[in-house]
Write a protein that binds this ligand. Structure first.
Ligand code: GDP
Ligand code: MG
Ligand code: K
Length: 283
């Protein structure tokens, strides 16, 4: 039988290690990612069906742009190893911020599910989350859990298994970044796809996005692979950068972050979160 590979991705302190320990118990192996001192934790999990999974506890990250070695390790792992499913674990008591990484995982297109962790903390703060509604809006399964007690984890793993079995194609989300950036993205993606340029399993649009975000790792790789195309891409980045500066006194990276948060806010506005006013909590 083949082993299913499941990667846990999430912000630092979202509960990845707690979930990892709950799922794998003592069946753990700790090593390092090649060439870096970032810890790589792998563990075994057996489904009620008898199917076996390897669980990878990815380093905690807030984004998938190369701002830190952890982010590079996490995204390299995702695109190079192509896990069967990614469990994106989020802190439900701090959902808006946590969904910033989720949005980027959706943009990458990995097969994924979202674990709404710490629903006990959220509930104590009077926050109620509609997992089904969130799932319908993000178009991925969303399962509430309490990683510390294990509550919800059987349902979570069932949902993960279902996505792994589907074995569907990667399905990148396209967030609109406004007219100027969208046009630049389109031109750059076109340039990438019609030339001999590295892809490393990334889509042309995703690579273009990283160029616009000033991702040094991707740009260095691009330069080494094809300095001519790299220069063409950087010229577009410079041009759109100057234009944005002149017209809006902003820059591509800021526009991209703003629109990502805009996407998240527009999702959360649609009756996903209810704040309950709990009279018993008054002194
Ligand atoms: P990681 O950085 O993503 O690996 O997060 P950890 O697994 O280390 O968890 C961060 C903190 O949150 C720890 O103190 C955990 O005990 C706690 N924690 C994790 N899951 C839950 C949960 O569902 N409920 C509560 N109340 N605490 C949790
Ligand atoms: Mg951890
Ligand atoms: K971790």
């Amino acid at each position: 039988a083949t082993t299913i590979t499941i990667a846990l991705a999430g912000n630092p302190n979202a509960g990845k290690t707690t979930l990892f320990n709950t799922l794998t118990g003592a069946r753990q192996h700790v090593g390092n990612y090649p060439g870096v001192t970032v810890e790589k934790k792998e563990g075994g999990y057996t489904f009620p069906t008898g199917e076996v999974a390897t669980i990878i506890d990815l380093p905690g990250t807030y984004s998938l742009t190369a701002y830190s070695v952890e982010e590079v390790v996490a995204r390299d792992y995702l695109v190079q190893e192509k896990p069967d499913v990614v469990i994106n674990i989020t802190d439900a008591s701090n959902l808006e911020r946590n969904l910033y990484l989720s949005a980027q995982l959706l943009e990458l297109g990995v097969p994924m599910i979202i674990a709404l962790n710490m629903i006990d903390v959220a509930r104590d703060r009077g926050i109620t989350l509609d997992a089904q509604r969130l799932s319908a809006l993000l178009k991925v399964p969303v399962v509430p859990i309490i990683a510390r007690s294990g509550k919800g984890t059987p349902e979570l793993m069932e949902a993960a298994l279902e996505v792994a079995r589907e074995n569907g194609p990667w399905n990148p989300l396209h967030i609109s970044y406004g007219e100027d950036v969208d046009l630049a993205l389109q031109t750059m993606a076109q340039q990438i796809s019609t030339s001999d340029f590295m892809t490393d399993n990334y889509t042309p649009r995703w690579l273009a996005l990283k160029y616009l975000e000033g991702d040094s790792q991707i740009q260095e790789k691009g330069y080494r692979h094809n300095p001519v195309v790299d220069a063409e891409l950087k010229e577009i980045v410079t041009r759109v950068g100057e234009h944005l500066h002149k017209t809006m006194e902003t820059y591509p990276e800021a526009i991209i972050a703003d629109h990502r948060y805009g996407y998240i806010k527009s999702v959360l506005r649609q009756e996903v979160i209810t704040h309950k006013f709990d009279i018993d909590r008054l002194h």
